[in-house]
Ligand binder design. Structure first.
Ligand code: ATP
Length: 376
């Protein structure tokens, strides 16, 4: 378990005359270990400050930080474990490799920082896992952004951390590079089982990697919980107001239908047919069903090209700032979100509790817990 509670106020920007109050953070959350907790929120909400406090790079004015029973910081007990003794591996947005050292030497630097006797993967294992063997003799300047991040991750792992802290490690990469690095992060998560605090404002990274979410706003915790539970809440503007808002659902790959080019995914309360997903029957998957790709009907529609028509009940109807309405639909025990126009909601006389049909037009595959799948 990681327990973080911190209160801190930065000095104001007026040269210390205290006319303008500085940013204040006052938050607490707990995350099980191992596992990936994404710290999510708009720019300036305190994400990096939180990581800095956990890493020991910032001494909060008050609070307590405990990792698997070991107190790293406790203002009441005046305890502050110095950063080098906390065993946190940190990966930033820019890889921060030593430019004058080869990749191999950068990795060895990580190993040298590992405490004597600490257990962890060998250099060869990390190199193989991250696919960086061909890069070992290169200098960082001759690496792509994605390659640099893989090396930075390798260096962090080799310091044998008990906790990985990642501060927007993919945000400087374009979509293609990001897609290249994400599976490696998933492999590290699955292979080494090191707890990870992962700062991001990219939902696809949350979907691909995280078990839990801590949503911050202006230095406070707005919500925390599993990715599935929070993604299904229509009342969190930080999540439901986004273009990519949607329910996150755990599924099992239930059947391959090669003749139709489809795969059947089963979830609690129903099943979805999706374009063929490679993988073995029984494999666990996680999908995002974007709210914008779900429409509703008051009677079961016939003769549609849409494959997936699910019997649902309208649980909650939440107006969005955009003028649209977010519908929380229960499909058995599973929540699905649908975003419709206010006009459609009025036309269909939608009200909470009524039965509806949910038409699911698209599904995004986001998370594969299986290591081989993550690699491929
Ligand atoms: N050393 C400092 N002195 C004064 N103010 C600071 C200091 N460090 C951070 N802040 C302020 O604290 C607030 C939170 O910063 P932080 O970097 O934690 O945000 P963030 O959520 O990580 O943002 P981003 O997504 O843009 O990286 C900001 O308003 C920032 O200006």
């Amino acid at each position: 378990m990681i327990e973080v509670s911190l209160q801190h106020r930065f000095a104001g920007g007026d040269g210390g005359r205290m006319q303008e109050a500085g940013f204040a953070i006052d938050l607490a959350f707990r995350s099980p270990t191992p596992g990936v907790t994404a710290i999510f929120g708009p720019s300036g909400c305190g994400k990096s400050t939180t990581l800095a406090a956990v890493a020991g790079l910032l001494r909060p004015q008050a609070g307590r930080i405990v990792l698997d029973g070991e107190v790293l910081f406790d203002s009441a007990a005046r305890r502050m474990v110095p950063p080098e003794r906390r065993r946190c591996g940190v990966v930033f947005q820019d890889a921060q490799l030593f430019p004058h050292l080869s990749v191999r030497s950068n990795l060895r630097y990580g190993l040298r920082r590992a405490p004597r006797g600490a257990e962890g993967p060998a250099l060869e294992e990390v190199v193989a896992l991250l696919g960086i063997e061909p890069l070992l003799d290169r200098r960082p300047a001759r690496l792509s952004g994605g390659e640099r991040q893989r090396v930075a991750l390798g260096r962090a792992l080799l310091s044998r951390p008990r906790l990985l802290l990642m501060d927007e490690p993919l945000s400087a990469l374009d979509a293609a590079r990001k897609a290249e690095v994400l599976p490696f992060l998933a492999r590290v998560r699955d292979r080494f089982r090191i707890p990870i605090l992962y700062v991001t404002h990219a939902m696809d990274e949350v979907d691909a990697l995280a078990d839990r979410l801590v949503v911050l706003e202006a230095g406070r915790v707005l919500a925390e919980g599993t990715v599935e539970a929070l993604a299904a809440r229509p009342d969190l503007p930080a999540l439901a107001g986004r273009r990519d808002a949607g329910a996150v659902i755990r599924c099992t790959l239930a059947e391959q239908l090669p003749g139709r080019g489809l795969t059947r995914l089963d979830f609690a309360g129903g099943a979805l047919l999706v374009p063929a997903v490679p993988g073995a029957v029984g494999e666990a998957l996680r999908i995002r069903v974007p709210a914008r790709d779900v429409s509703v009907a008051v009677a079961r529609p016939e003769g549609l090209s849409v494959q997936n028509i699910l019997a649902a009940r309208l649980e909650q109807l939440t107006p969005l700032p955009s003028g649209e309405v977010m519908l929380a639909l229960a499909v058995g025990p599973t929540s699905v979100l649908s975003r419709v126009t206010a006009d459609a909601a009025a036309r269909l006389a939608l009200r909470e509790g009524m039965p509806l049909w949910a038409l699911v037009k698209a599904v995004a595959l986001s998370h594969r817990s299986d290591e081989e799948a993550a690699a491929g």
